[in-house]
Write a protein that binds this ligand. Sequence first.
Ligand SMILES: C[S@@+](CC[C@H](N)C(=O)[O-])C[C@H]1O[C@@H](n2cnc3c(N)ncnc32)[C@H](O)[C@@H]1O
Length: 256
Amino acid sequence: MTNEQIFFEIHTGISKEGPGDSVSTKKAFSIINDLPPKPKILDIGCGPGRQTLDLASLIDCEIIAVDTHRSYLTALEEKAKRAGLSDRIRAMRIDMNALDFAEASFDIIWAEGSIYIAGFENGLKKWRGLLKERGWMAVTEVSWLGSDPPEEAKKFWEEAYPAIRSIEENLNIIADCGYEIVAHFALPPSAWWDDYYDPIERKLIAMREKYKDDPEALHFIEAEQVEIDIYRKYSDFYGYVFYVMRLGAHASSVLA
Ligand SMILES: C[S@@+](CC[C@H](N)C(=O)[O-])C[C@H]1O[C@@H](n2cnc3c(N)ncnc32)[C@H](O)[C@@H]1O
């Protein structure tokens, strides 16, 4: 088994592909105002579409949801059909680093748990041109929640995602990239556990038995377990943060 096969065995069949929850998606969307009728939304790295479906249920809109993994897009299409939301959602297999939509096409760009793939700063800069004047961007990014994280957590993230930054550093990057921060708030720990780490951890138990004679697979499985264990220990020190920003002048605020 390749690492990719093991990854998708772990990550197939769950409703989301990263920390996030409907309450936080709705809270972030509620901050956005001044939209035209039937706004156009680009959902980048949509995965199986948990947030896509939330957005489509909140407003009459046109969502283009992009991801590179075909089976996530198929899962999203099926769920949209069952929910009667297919007319609002188009799922497309497109690389976030090669988005060739016309300039100023979208009222909102949404990226939950995915901007890190393009790079936080790079994504903010590159995707900006796709937004209409005074357009909105809402992204989540794993961030240090305090100023002094414990060594073990720092060591883990130095390897897993060395670009992790504090909230303040990310707010500065957002401003430097020409956006105004309208709000930011940390996702609750339940957004990591419910429908994500909990079902993954249950799968890992069965997979350890299934791959007990495959050292490489076991190594990959244990790496997933370490990620979960580190979060269990240090969730006070890092988390996903929703950053809601807008092109053009707007007041800044921080939500609790
Ligand atoms: C951490 S998951 C987040 C998925 C979803 N937004 C959620 O919160 O459940 C990141 C997603 O980005 C997708 N992805 C990875 N590389 C990509 C790329 N270059 N372009 C578009 N999507 C990509 C993955 O397939 C995955 O679905």
